[in-house]
Design a protein. Structure first.
Lengths: 111, 114
């Protein structure tokens, strides 16, 4: 079974402060991890995925297989980062490649 | 940039009625999905569809649910006899190839069953 846990429902930070969103997963096979973001009144969109190892909008995330984590970090939060963030897992190589989502973390960046 | 579209954006129906939610995936994509999100809960996988057949479905996707790709562009989710607990946001997604891995989501249809 696949499970994704995001322990924080809400993170409130001031502009310019660092922000870290925690994501832990449970999966016995080889996982692929993603962060999706949903801005107000917009659709879910991919922020980044662990395979590409890239930084998008200043966000980075490293897959730590030992700790089964894929935390999302940004050193200096901006007001436009206020959104709902979802961590998601896909089983590598599995038919259909469904995504299993965490419960989401709402980030509020205050001026 | 091409996007997944969904219609209607909102639907209100009476318990026991049939509803059809429509999605137009990105045109060259091959894999299609439905997810739902009950208010305040996680986004949950319902079903995936490839090569004109269901490739995986969750426990939620019981006999009351069906999917179809009737004309090569639309991808529909039908709920035969809606229940109160079917009230949720329903998201369609599409994927180009298994190797690509990035699922592109539609804006969702909010379904309210009274």
């Amino acid at each position: 079974a696949q499970r994704v846990t995001q322990p924080e429902k809400l993170l409130s930070v001031f502009k310019g402060a660092p922000v870290e969103l925690k994501c832990n997963y449970s999966y016995s096979g080889s996982p692929e991890l993603f962060w999706y973001v949903q801005y107000s009144r917009q659709r879910l969109q991919l922020l980044l995925r662990h395979i590409s190892r890239e930084s998008i909008k200043g966000f980075t995330a490293d897959l730590n297989k030992g700790e089964t984590s894929f935390h999302l970090k940004k050193p200096f939060a901006q007001e436009e980062d206020s959104a709902m963030y979802y961590c998601a897992l896909s089983a590598a190589g599995a038919a259909g490649n469904k995504l299993t989502f965490g419960g989401g973390t709402r980030v509020l960046v205050k001026p | 940039e091409p996007e997944v579209t969904q219609t209607p954006s909102h639907q209100v129906t009476q318990m026991g009625q049939e509803v059809i939610l429509r999605c137009v995936p990105i045109s060259n994509h091959l894999y299609f999905y439905w997810y739902r999100q009950i208010l305040g809960q996680k986004v949950e996988f319902l079903v995936s569809f490839y090569n004109n057949e269901i490739s995986e479905k969750s426990e939620i996707f019981d006999d009351q649910f069906s999917v179809e790709r009737p004309d090569g562009s639309n991808f529909t989710l039908k709920i035969r006899s809606t229940k109160l607990e079917d009230s949720a946001m329903y998201f369609c997604a599409s994927l180009l190839t298994r190797g690509g891995k990035t699922q592109y989501f539609g804006p969702g249809t909010r379904l309210l069953v009274l």
